[in-house]
Design a protein. Structure first.
Length: 360
């Protein structure tokens, strides 16, 4: 085992493919890696943790991803969609609780055409001009992303799921392609969205080489946000009998991401909190700096079930925020109620650090 790997990654922000694979597969450097990632995170973001209020506004989906509990073929799922008034109501409640970012997440629901969704975005921006609106509604044509951006959307989350087209094909039906997903991400960037991408950890058939390819794709995309979480099986999907991804590998990858993308906004995800009851706290200690409490109405929480045993489905929004604040505090960080835009490096600083840490 090459013990200089963590130092090299911390110093240069990169490693060769072989070195990354070694770091991913070998547990011996996990402690050192976590400490280096926490140090880098504190240099840039201090002890601040940003909150995003998550509104899961529709669980209708026209897609049939093999891993996902709200896939079209799951006839057991009871479907819901929130009205514009209900979505605004969630934002009002969230605003009162201190949120300055709202994430509207949903399946690819044909009901939410541009004509339906743009006015909702515009209403939120109109009522809360000091807030960021993040959309997470899957693949859409360039023109649609443009209309939503013009309506006021600031950010977009679209995980690439896996960068390798062959692996992508094992997780998705033939109607979806890795190529289109990547095109969507570059479209979003070109329209000026702050873009978030990411992948599942431990998804069926995933190899270490796939993960290295994910890291390389992220370097090409250079996103502002990077979300990863363990794959968790859902009983009503074709992947019901696959093993879950682990907290340990997810946490290690959060640290690697922090060192490769020092400025990225990296959430400690609900999936990580589901696979390990202290997973989110451990994620924060390993370099994550965002949490996303659920603002959806309690009556629909259980229905937005991408995987089995999802946490935070019984709590009122205020309880979820209090719970998270305590959790974040318990590991030495602090929730801040700012919009929490990515800290872009200035041109000056970029020049000053050339040859040092990779900028992001
Ligand atoms: N386990 C873990 N994560 C999942 N997602 C979807 N289904 C699952 C699952 N079974 C993730 C995908 C998607 C995000 C919203 O949730 O990465 O992009
Ligand atoms: Fe949602 Fe604890 S974070 S209940």
């Amino acid at each position: 085992m090459n013990d200089g790997l963590v130092k090299k990654l911390a110093l240069t922000g990169d490693l060769s493919d072989g070195e990354l694979a070694e770091l991913i597969e070998n547990g011996a450097l996990d402690g050192e890696l976590r400490l280096a990632a926490d140090e880098r995170r504190r240099e840039i973001y201090g002890d601040e943790v940003f909150v995003r209020g998550l509104i899961e506004f529709t669980n209708f989906c026209k897609n049939d991803c093999y891993y996902c509990g709200i896939r079209r073929s799951n006839r057991e799922a009871s479907r819901y969609r929130l009205t514009a008034d209900e979505i605004l109501g969630c934002c009002r409640e969230g605003y009162g609780l201190g949120f300055r970012t709202f994430v509207l997440q949903g399946g690819e629901d044909p009901f939410f055409t541009d004509e339906a969704l743009c006015p909702i975005v515009a209403c939120i921006k109109n009522e809360f001009p000091d807030c960021a609106v993040t959309l997470s509604v899957g693949e859409r044509p360039y023109e649609s992303y443009k209309k939503l951006r013009d309506a006021g959307a600031d950010r977009y989350l679209l995980r690439h799921e896996t960068a390798d087209p062959v692996h992508y094909g094992k997780l998705h039906p033939a109607s979806l392609s890795s190529e289109n997903r990547k095109k969507c991400l570059f479209d979003l960037k070109s329209l000026g969205y702050q873009v978030g991408s990411g992948f599942m950890v431990g998804s069926p058939y995933q190899t270490t080489e796939n993960i290295v390819a994910d890291l390389r794709f992220l370097q090409k995309l250079d996103p502002d946000m990077i979300g990863i979480g363990p794959f968790l099986s859902h009983s009503e999907t074709p992947f019901a009998d696959f093993e879950n991804g682990t907290a340990a590998l997810t946490i290690k990858l959060i640290s690697i991401l922090r060192l490769m993308f020092p400025r990225a906004l990296i959430p400690a995800t609900t999936a990580l909190g589901t696979v390990d009851l202290r997973g989110r706290e451990k994620g924060l200690m390993a370099g994550a700096n965002v949490v996303m409490p659920n603002l959806s109405p309690v009556r629909v929480r259980k229905l937005y079930e991408l995987y089995d045993n999802k946490i935070c489905t019984g709590e009122e929004s205020a309880q979820c925020v209090d719970c998270l604040r305590a959790r974040v505090g318990s590991v030495g960080y602090r929730i801040v109620t700012a919009r929490g835009d990515v800290k872009k490096q200035t041109e000056e600083a970029r020049r000053a650090s050339s040859g040092g840490h990779q900028v992001n």
